[in-house]
Design a protein around this ligand. Structure first.
Ligand SMILES: [Fe+2]
Ligand SMILES: [Fe+2]
Length: 163
């Protein structure tokens, strides 16, 4: 299903976040300029999560979810689950450090976080957005996109994928 224009700015950020998630995965395909060591990966993770992922989740809760909630039971149930995932992701991000852990453990934590992020974004794209496009009017779908653009799209991704 083609993405509705009202959801396009949010989908664009999802592509950035999927790229970040890929970089965090263990055994990610290397490319020029990618963080090479585990400590470089941690530094990249901290910065991109703070600059891109946390503001994105905040805008979803302040702009998107209130705009599309209260119309459809399935959407409302998804929003509750997605907000719980935001809390879990924010807690994992807040606790991300290399204090007293070896490189293998840290690599494992970054890999798990990448996997969580990927699952979360795919749920929003494939389940929530598909459902929104099935049950909301054009006008209702356009509103969150307009507000999202007005709020700005945050800092550019540190290592922008060719999305
Ligand atoms: Fe989200
Ligand atoms: Fe999202």
């Amino acid at each position: 299903m083609k993405r509705h224009p009202g959801l396009v700015p949010i989908s664009h950020e999802h592509r950035q976040i999927l790229f970040i998630a890929q970089v965090l995965r263990r055994g990610a395909v290397r490319y020029r300029g990618a963080p090479a060591t585990t400590s470089e990966k941690l530094k990249y993770a901290r910065q991109s999560l703070t600059d891109v992922v946390l503001p994105h989740m905040q805008r979803e809760e302040e702009i998107l979810f209130p705009a599309v909630g209260g119309i459809d039971d399935e959407v409302d149930a998804l929003i509750v689950a997605l907000i719980a995932e935001h809390r879990a992701l924010a807690e994992t991000i807040a606790n991300l450090n290399d204090d007293g852990v070896d490189a293998v453990t840290l690599e494992g934590r970054l890999d798990s976080l990448g996997a969580l992020l990927e699952t979360h974004v795919r749920c929003e794209e494939r389940i929530l957005f598909q459902r929104l496009q099935a049950v909301l009017t054009d006008e209702a779908l356009q509103a969150p996109g307009d507000q999202w653009r007005a709020a700005g799209t945050g800092a550019a991704c540190l290592l922008e994928g060719g999305s």
